[in-house]
Design a protein around this ligand. Structure first.
Ligand SMILES: Nc1nc2c(c(=O)[nH]1)N[C@H]1C(S)=C(S)[C@@H](COP(=O)(O)O)O[C@H]1N2
Ligand SMILES: [Mo]
Length: 320
């Protein structure tokens, strides 16, 4: 995860602003606004739209009125998804046409209700989806605001019914080198793995996203379902999950394995703890005006009220 200064101002400007897209609740108008009027273009996404519970109801605790969402084009064309290449612009092209329907998620390990679930059945089992607008802060010191659709991770944990010995979640992405170009290189250990403490997973903020801007989540953003933990650096937000295992020991997450001195298990956003190679005190706002420059990074990415209690007594400098 080397830091370059990407020319994000050179990205194609969206024909529509975040604001105007956000207000378009009608599916056909929305698609037309994105130039996706032909349902065929959407493929699996369109299919999932029929079953994935859209449109979702806004969660009033995390409304669009509180944070200005980044335009759709930036969220879906400036991505970290190393399975599909290491350039920010690569996943959008390389993940096009990759099959994410049907999709099965396995719940396993120290739980009373293990099983394999079709993603659409899972969405129905947890009671459908809602919409939340969250900050997104990458460890590389850039940020966005993303209107996610999905469900709280706590609902999935409740469904799994963990045994008392379960202390952590170990989440895994797919392994599909035949169809996924980046997995034919050893740029990371595949499959991508992440972890959370069980109490972090039960926190109200922890979210499983299945959509963005009221539409099924595009492949490059982690279709058909990915983790969102907005108080943590973006790399915790594992994409295209196939397995969630409940375990007793802290899992070794992919970026920790790659560079243990640079990327830890906790990865809580913290302006006071610098990355060994750069400051974390401020962040570049993607899709903002070129002249707007940087903004200050907030403790726990602005979610201190919801999560600070999880870390009392923990040395956040050592547990980075
Ligand atoms: N499977 C997988 N998940 C992943 C990554 C990845 O390379 N592979 N990159 C992570 C990083 S570093 C970030 S910042 C976010 C980016 O999510 P976005 O592209 O939807 O903004 O996804 C995270 N999840
Ligand atoms: Mo990231």
């Amino acid at each position: 995860m080397n830091i370059r200064i990407p020319k994000d101002w050179a990205l194609p400007e969206s024909a529509v602003t975040a604001e105007s897209v956000y207000r378009l609740r009608n599916r056909r108008d929305f698609l037309r606004s994105l130039g996706l009027a032909s349902a065929g273009l959407l493929g699996a996404q369109a299919l999932r739209g029929a079953t994935g519970g859209f449109p979702a109801k806004e969660n009033e605790l995390y409304p669009a009125s509180a944070l200005k969402p980044t335009p759709y084009d930036f969220i879906t064309s400036y991505n970290n998804f190393y399975e599909f290449g290491t350039d920010k612009s690569a996943p959008k092209d390389n993940a096009k046409g990759w099959k994410t329907e049907p999709w099965t998620v396995e719940l396993a390990g120290l739980i009373r209700k293990p099983g394999k679930f079709d993603v659409n059945d899972l969405i129905a089992k947890v009671g459908g989806i809602e919409e939340r607008v969250y900050r997104h802060r990458c460890v590389e010191a850039w940020s966005m605001v993303i209107p996610w659709d999905g469900f709280s991770l706590a609902k999935l944990v409740t469904l799994a019914d963990p045994l008392p010995e379960a202390k952590y979640l170990k989440l895994s992405s797919f392994n599909d080198p035949k169809n996924v170009v980046g997995q034919r290189t050893a740029v990371l250990d595949w499959p991508y793995v992440e972890g959370l403490r069980l109490d972090e997973a039960m926190n109200e903020l922890a979210f499983i996203a299945t959509g963005i801007y009221g539409q099924p989540i595009p492949n490059q953003n982690g279709a058909p379902l990915r983790l969102v933990t907005p108080w943590k650096y973006g790399f915790k937000g594992i994409k295209s999950i196939v397995k969630i295992e409940f375990v007793a020991q802290q899992p070794r997450n992919t970026w920790y394995v790659m560079a243990p001195r640079e990327y830890g298990f906790y990865a809580n956003v913290n302006p006071n703890v610098d990355h060994p190679r750069w400051s974390q005190a401020s962040e570049r706002v993607i899709g903002g005006s070129f002249f707007a420059g940087k903004q200050a990074t907030l403790m726990f990415n602005g979610y201190e009220k919801q999560v600070a209690g999880l870390y009392t007594g923990l040395d956040l400098g050592r547990n980075y």
